[in-house]
Design a protein around this ligand. Structure first.
Ligand SMILES: Nc1ncnc2c1ncn2[C@@H]1O[C@H](COP(=O)(O)OP(=O)(O)OP(=O)(O)O)[C@@H](O)[C@H]1O
Ligand SMILES: [Mg+2]
Length: 498
């Protein structure tokens, strides 16, 4: 009976074009091998098959990567003996076609061929640059699909194409892994605890934290909402000798004044209606540790005075008590309001400000440190992809561009939320701009025009930013527009970390 195998001229071309298409859209090795095997089986009207790839992890040097209609035991018997067809192709890198295995004197006594009643075998080597990286094995148990030597040129072309695709994907994968490792390495040198940042501005912040963490001086952390003020407060605590003592945080605006006072300083039983027992305040509870006062700008005058006493004398008085208690707490405070403005309007005590602000750390808005955006984005991607067990390996180039040009009014918090959502929405291995769902805002104009510059320095900085943008960062040209000297501009660009 005549076999129904392919007509080399048309069908083989179709198969070759299919494999070319497959190669361009599959990004993972396993699905690629599955597809390669599927196409090969279909084209030869084979019944069973498998793909082995060379691997350094077992002594045989080849591992099964994909199979169809074959059990593990059957594959072992087809590859285990050195006289088997598969073993010979693995050893020589030369393809073998056996048309009538049951009568072929070379193979008819072969155990697996007899036991599995194999009629025809086609086994091709996957060769790249004269190196054998694996094999594709196909067989048929019926006489209907007899493989002949005629199919060899087609099979060789097919397997060469598949081999290149496999090798390319392996290369991409190893580059991806290397890239991940390098990124983690880089990140290690660019973080302080949980705080990530490689920009010059963040490096300055890290330097200050490292310098002052171990002292008891009060630190005022300034920055817009979502810039990481709380993270800095925690880092100051965890990098100090107080790290094993409590870290207590209170958002000053979260409670009405009367409650806030008793929360902070504690009260004596009967001091006011509802004070049924003596209560220790949070400042006392934080003894030996760090106290983080968030949104300090909203404190009332009364509480400001009491707080000043804590800072000046290290003492507190519970409400309704005359006894003075010593407390040893380090105060870190944060604000997204300009305290100097509040002092001017009489809403904030200057002495308290000076005490809180022994040293200040200012966190710049994210749009002023764009070089941190990709690093933070990858950090959050690793975190959320791991949490959701999703295989997302990175961002498309256009997604990175979109993140770099967006102005991030909600700062790092907004970036974090954006990535968390994108991980849920992503359908591919790489996050796309569609997954990010960023609002359409033009970064540079938005950040410059919505800014309400009040000080001379802010006005100057804005003018410099605009001029630099207009001239694509060209300092001599920007200096000419601003009518300042080139040296002055260079000095300012460095000073402001632009
Ligand atoms: N540099 C950073 N590296 C890693 N994560 C960051 C960084 N900055 C901020 N985050 C994350 O962004 C979120 C917002 O940070 P955080 O709460 O510290 O901001 P904040 O300045 O206190 O904001 P708000 O003024 O609104 O209270 C947090 O989930 C934090 O973990
Ligand atoms: Mg906060």
């Amino acid at each position: 009976m005549k076999s129904e195998i392919l007509q080399p001229s048309t069908d083989s071309l179709k198969a070759l074009s299919r494999i070319a298409q497959t190669v361009s859209c599959i990004q993972e090795i396993e699905p690629l091998l599955k597809k390669v095997l599927e196409i090969a089986i279909q084209m030869l009207t084979a019944e069973r098959g498998f793909v082995l790839l060379k691997s350094g992890i077992n002594e045989k040097g080849f591992v099964v990567k994909s199979s169809s209609n074959l059990t593990e035991a059957q594959i072992t018997s087809l590859t285990g003996v050195s006289t088997s067809v598969a073993a010979q192709v693995m050893a020589s890198g030369e393809s073998i076609i056996v048309s009538d295995a049951d009568i072929d004197p070379k193979y008819r006594k072969n155990d697996s061929i007899v036991l599995q009643k194999i009629q025809s075998i086609a086994c091709v080597a996957l060769n790249v640059n004269s190196q054998n990286i694996g094999i594709i094995y196909l067989d048929s148990l019926t006489r209907n699909s007899k493989f002949t030597e005629e199919i060899l040129p087609f099979l060789t072309a097919f397997s060469n194409q598949a081999a290149i695709a496999i090798e390319n994907l392996r290369l991409v994968q190893s580059l991806r892994e290397e890239n991940n490792c390098l990124r983690i390495e880089i990140q290690r040198g660019q973080e302080l605890g949980e705080i990530i940042g490689q920009s010059a501005q963040m490096q300055k912040v890290f330097d200050v934290i490292k310098q002052v963490a171990d002292s008891d001086i009060s630190v005022l952390v300034e920055g817009d909402s979502g810039t990481g003020k709380e993270l800095v407060a925690r880092a100051l605590h965890t990098n100090s000798q107080r790290k094993d003592k409590p870290f207590m945080a209170l958002v000053c605006g979260s409670l009405p004044d009367s409650l806030l006072e008793s929360e902070l300083f504690g009260h004596k039983r009967g001091a006011f209606t509802g004070a049924v027992t003596d209560k220790k305040g949070l400042l006392e509870a934080a003894d030996g540790g760090t106290f983080f006062l968030d949104e300090i700008g909203v404190l009332s005058a009364q509480i400001q005075t009491k707080l000043l006493r804590v800072l000046q004398e290290g003492e507190i008085k519970r409400i309704g008590e005359s006894r003075v208690r010593k407390v040893d707490v380090r105060i870190v405070s944060a604000t997204n309001k300009k305290l100097t403005d509040l002092i001017e309007s009489g809403d904030f005590d200057e002495d308290l400000y000076n005490r809180l602000n022994t040293i200040s750390v200012t966190l710049p808005p994210l749009c002023d440190r764009v070089s941190d955006v990709p690093l933070l984005a990858h950090h959050f991607l690793d975190k959320y992809a791991k949490k959701k067990q999703q295989k997302i390996t990175g961002f498309s180039e256009t997604a990175i561009d979109a993140m770099l040009t967006y102005n991030w009014p909600g700062n790092v918090r907004e970036l974090k939320n954006t990535i968390e959502r994108a991980v849920i929405l992503a359908r591919e291995e790489l996050i796309t701009p569609t997954d990010l769902r960023l609002p359409e805002i033009n970064k540079s104009t938005a950040s410059l025009e919505t800014e309400t510059a009040t000080t001379l320095r802010e006005i100057q900085e804005n003018a410099v930013k605009k001029a630099l943008k207009k001239h694509d960062g060209n300092i001599p040209e920007a200096a000419r527009t601003l009518e300042v000297s080139r040296r002055w501009l260079q000095y300012k660009v460095k000073e402001w970390g632009l």
